[in-house]
Write a protein that binds this ligand. Structure first.
Ligand SMILES: Cc1cc2nc3c(=O)[nH]c(=O)nc-3n(C[C@H](O)[C@H](O)[C@H](O)COP(=O)(O)O)c2cc1C
Length: 147
């Protein structure tokens, strides 16, 4: 059975909460999936499919809990050829660097030759008061392409 690894990047808990809700939804649908908040490179290379749900901090930066693994993936460059992936980015459009954290992952996973199953989802805190519902609906739509 295909195993989906979900990676949550979060500073204040919003993206973590969204990822937990998505994990719960998929698990109750019978999807084999695991949620990582402090992942290693192996957690990316071992995945059959990858879902990143991350906020943005600083000026377009990745939250500290995913920053290290992002840098390590960039340095060691393990090819993830044809692994399906999707990225949901939580951000705030009042920043010039809107959804920069998600964008960094979208770009890196593409460089590692993983296969995007859809465009990155942008969730704007100024417009969306229930990010978990928006991301869950989006995941439900793309689920069949991901796993
Ligand atoms: C200090 C700080 C810096 C932020 N920088 C950005 C940014 O550069 N781009 C962006 O789109 N959102 C930015 N945001 C907005 C957060 O990404 C957004 O509020 C998100 O929902 C936070 O999720 P989290 O609780 O999982 O970290 C920033 C928020 C804070 C508090």
């Amino acid at each position: 059975m295909t195993k989906l690894h979900i990676f949550a990047g979060s500073v204040y808990g919003n993206a973590q909460h969204v990822a937990e809700e998505v994990h719960e939804m998929l698990s109750s649908d019978g999807v084999e999936c695991e949620l990582f908040s402090d992942p290693s490179i192996d957690d990316f290379t071992r995945a059959d499919a990858i879902l990143v749900i991350t906020s943005t901090t600083g000026q377009g930066d990745i939250p500290p809990n995913l920053e290290f693994v992002h840098a390590e993936l960039k340095d060691t460059f393990p090819l993830l050829t044809d692994k399906p992936f999707a990225v949901a980015a939580l951000g705030d459009s009042s920043y010039d660097t809107f959804c920069g954290g998600g964008r960094h992952f979208q770009e890196l996973l593409t460089e590692l030759q993983a296969k995007p199953v859809t465009d990155m989802l942008e969730v704007d805190a100024l417009e969306t008061f229930e990010p978990e519902q928006m991301v869950k609906d989006w995941v439900a739509d793309i689920k069949d392409k991901l796993i």
